[in-house]
Design a protein. Sequence first.
Length: 463
Amino acid sequence: MLRGIAVVDAGKTNTKVVLFDANGKPVAERKVGSVSHAGPPYRTIDPAPLIEFCQKALTELDEILPVDVVVPSAHGAALALVAGDGSLAMPVMDYTSEPPSDVIGRYVKIQPPFGESFSPLLPMALTHGLQLYWQQQNWPSAFAKTKTVVPWIQYVAYVLSGKLVTEISSMSCQSHLMDVRKNTLSSLVYAQGWEHLFRPLIKAWDVIGELKPEFKGKNFRGRGAVLAGVHDSNANYLRYLAGGQEKFTLLSTGTWIIGFDTEAKLSSLDPLKDTVSNTDVFGRHVACCRFFGGKEFEVISEGASGEEASMASVQKLINQGTFAQPSFSDGGGPIPNTEGKGKIVGPIPSNQEQRASLASLYCALMVSESLDAIGSKHDVIVDGPFSKNHVFLDVLAHLRAGQKIMASDLRDGTSAGAACLALMPDGKLPHVPLSLTTLKPSKLAGLQGYQAQWKMLSYAKGI
């Protein structure tokens, strides 16, 4: 009989362990900031604080409810290179590392075509293939010690259980390592001779072992079975499938805003508009749009929170003609060729409320462009931090007048989705009810004309 489920969610900004009961309801949580270092040899993710945190958190949560299953989940933009003795052959690369221009230039010539990977080459070190190529080219002796390469997600599973595995959602999240059409290793992997470094794929819900003794302490009550684990955004998507949703677009929000659309076709994806594919835990392809929304919100708002935004300030910004033009990051999102060109045009916001309002307005405009890029036409469900930003939701509801915009009441769909894996030992999707709130837009004048002018300015910058 299943008692407690502990989800270890290793995010880019925070790492947490969330305890769920046998019905998939959250019970308790422990949280800590994720740790990375500037290098050398490049910016790195430090696993040591993660290990120390899990040792403490898992034993504490087991006292509340016996932890029978542990589900690893993590962001999908890092790899671990494991040596034959189980240690790291090279430090885990943080995706904010900046590869040298000559390395990027050579990689561009060997990357798999978009029609195979359904992912463009992403900024920084976000692309797994580029990470491996850079490590192999610049540190050949260290790279040669590598026996197994696993996604960061499965490295977390390895840290907990001592077993090395790979899984489809983790390997296929814009990595260049998979031929998405066939769910097999990509032409890049074979051309570089990397195929022997990867373990055969197993299911995200497969039990790979038990928690190692150092994570149990002396009085651990649960069974501590460790699952293979899942890419965090895919876990989020799984939660809404388990909630009975069928035709919809999920906006999984946080540092990134990633839209999963159940109806969009891979053939419609455009690399210039940051539309890409993900593969869900069942091996099914899902067309997606992406936008570095959380990061860009921080830049525009200068640290002000979404809760400080107001529709009154949005109306003032529209009336006075204040525009945030893309993009405030290294990614252009849905508007091509705008990377790093972001600026504010018109009267500058004078306080936190106005800055948060402009950031919310801008993110809603960008997300609407992203939704257009994948042809989203059904209900839109917003999950994560932006589901609590009522100004963002209100403006988005105005912009997507033909669609229903719903905010999820889940505090964290990613962890809740990962917990679903513990409820499907046979691979059959469980049913876990959802609570969704449909947005009713407030009165807002002039948005249509404002959006048209914003598009004219934004797309002119991208030419």
